[in-house]
Design a protein around this ligand. Structure first.
Ligand code: F6R
Length: 259
């Protein structure tokens, strides 16, 4: 794992956006699509701002294809709580991506259609030759996507139950816990690990403990993010707060970008 520590989330987000932009530029120059796996939540918001800026400055996103990690279930697409809304609001409506290249799990489908939908989503990723770069945030309990503690390393996209901790962390967005959905549709751990490259960002002291477990702890299903240790192209982008619990004896493996 490559672990990069930045002074703050703004500089870390700019770096993450540049990693993506470089891939897009390279693929644009050889007329190839760039397939991105995208996350929602508070963590990638600044990265999306930087990507919008990069797009305005001339890097075309007309050949990017995006697959979002997850969506609450059930959830109306038009709801301001939906990840559909979030993605259009924070990123998609501001760039020159083609509508038909946007894939976000559908929180409106009928219960009995979910497994077919998930199979098609996985198949669609494969048809586009897999995800080039998967962007991840990190849950306080170590979840990636909505793969909660206990998730299998080989899980594929499916309907999942949200843990109590995840639902509690989401209360500020929904007003009260009763309003927080109990389920979601999420890419599986295997779907995530199948990406060519993974970029995980985490900001702030409150993530410091789980960042340490993810990077330094044993690989185990109680911390799904620890499965990333087994992937050969992962970049972890941290700020000084989220990196603050990392073992000093391993600090040589950490490129410090503090200015
Ligand atoms: C969001 C997602 C989640 C979040 C995680 C961190 O699409 O899949 O795994 O990345 O819950 O959320 P924030 O960024 O709000 O701390």
């Amino acid at each position: 794992m490559e672990v990069l520590v930045f002074e703050n989330k703004e500089s870390g987000s700019l770096y993450a956006a540049q990693v993506i932009a470089n891939k897009v530029l390279m693929n644009n120059s050889i007329n190839e699509d760039t397939v991105l796996g995208l996350a929602t939540g508070s963590t990638p918001i600044d990265m999306y701002k930087e990507l919008i800026d990069i797009n305005k400055k001339g890097v075309s996103f007309s050949r990017i294809i995006t697959y979002n990690l997850d969506e609450y279930y059930p959830m109306n697409m038009s709801s301001s709580h939906s990840y559909h809304y979030y993605m259009h609001d924070h990123f998609l409506q501001h760039v020159d991506i083609h509508e038909e290249n946007i894939f976000i799990p559908d929180g409106e489908i009928k219960e009995e259609e979910i497994s077919g939908f998930c199979e098609e989503y996985e198949w669609s990723i494969k048809k586009n030759n897999g995800i080039d770069i998967q962007v991840l945030g990190l849950g306080l309990n170590g979840h990636i996507g909505f793969n909660e503690p206990g998730a299998s390393k080989n899980s594929l996209m499916q309907k999942v139950k949200l843990s109590d901790e995840t639902r509690t962390a989401t209360i500020p967005h929904f007003g009260n816990k009763e309003n927080v959905p109990k389920q979601a549709i999420s890419m599986g751990v295997r779907t995530i690990l199948d990406a060519d490259q993974i970029v995980l960002m985490a900001w702030g002291k409150e993530k410091a403990e789980i960042v340490k477990e993810c990077i330094e702890g044993n690989v185990n299903k109680n911390v799904p993010a620890s499965f990333l240790q087994e992937h050969n192209n992962v970049t972890i982008i941290l700020d000084s707060g989220s990196a603050s619990r990392l073992d000093k004896s391993r600090i040589s493996q950490v490129e410090t970008k503090l200015s």
